[in-house]
Design a protein around this ligand. Sequence first.
Ligand code: GUN
Ligand code: ZN
Length: 439
Amino acid sequence: MQAYRGRLLHFLADPGLETPADNSYEWFEDGLLVVEEGRVKVVGSADELIGSLPEGTPVEHWPEHVILPGFIDTHVHLPQLGVIGSYGAQLLDWLETYTFPAEMRFAETDWAKSQAHRFLDQLLRHGTTAGLVFCTSHPQSVDALFEAAEARGQAITAGKVMMDRHAPEGLCDEAESSYRDCQALIDRWHHHGRLQYAVTPRFAPTSTPRQLELAGKLVADNPGVLMQTHWAENKAEIAWVSELFPDRADYLDVYAHYGLLNDRAVLAHGIHINDGDRQRLAETGARIAFCPTSNTFLGSGLFDLRSAHQAGVTLSLATDVGGGTSLSLLKTMAEAYKVCQLREQALTPFQAFYLATLGNAKALHRDDEIGNFAPGKVADFVLLDTDATPMLSLKQHSTRLRDRLFDLMILGDDRVIQRTYIAGQCRFDRDADRVSETG
Ligand code: GUN
Ligand code: ZN
């Protein structure tokens, strides 16, 4: 048994978009998180709990830090670390110019393996303990990521990109062999420890109807797999989809037609959409991954958070690196706030921190395992240093919780992450740099 003492925040429910309901979160100015065998034993105020700890239980005391459930990234690309921040292109040009060439290199198994380790180390450095990840169309990229995740005990959901048209030859697969490769990966990795599989058609333009049909079959045949894709991100993309699928009512209808729209579907972006789309998402339970740093960087548009939330769409927050410009969920929250501002909407820090933790866990159907400190959940958590940078220290700290959280999300980044724990084990320590047994 091991205990961690400090300020502590976690969410119990969606706090909504206005003043959060009292019972939607717990904040302890002096809190205690007790971990046993990698899982949360109990959480509460240190005053109340410390006396009941068995004699000799080690207690780490971080009086100025915030203990928070690990961040979860619901949409991020393993092969795109090298193209983060690439100049001057919107989505379709950006894919051709930067992204597809970078993804080709994952045909080399050694490259895929080394990038997988770097990628997961970077997630830990940014306080991200779990995620939903795009690999490339090469099956070995999925093996590489899952092997590296298993070595760290990380809760990763990922899949092989399916794309059999409108991409370079070295990246295109073929509908039937892609299907067989994906089924073999599912058999090998889905529910293997903390790993889960996501059927991953890149987006409608790069799959033939036959491939989408087979993606639908994979979803239907394999209970519990997620489905991840891109949707309605960019206006040229949307126009292209309506040319390619003239028989479908709209972009969302393409995915629905091939059996890809259900409560295990995570659709990245969903910017240029209407009330009918939102209603269909709410009815089917399909979720949106809001990727603000990507949406502004690629000039894609401003996501309408309030309309989606009010329509009852399940929302999540994601980095979308390398379209997105940071792996930090704190920076992602800051950008989400600015996107909302430009739409004359307010994103409270409560909603932002909720999304990045419990909300994202729910979006990935992992809230029985992670997302908050409910007893029995896996102890994936971070220690946040609220004075990590000169600017954070210079900012006059308010005593009001809302403002203290807001400072972290607006001024914070990876430097705020003091330590990252997976299942109760420290896997990143800022002061010791990286603590990983996997190298
Ligand atoms: N649409 C299709 N592929 C991609 C991708 O890799 N990134 C983003 N942001 N959008 C996409
Ligand atoms: Zn993406």
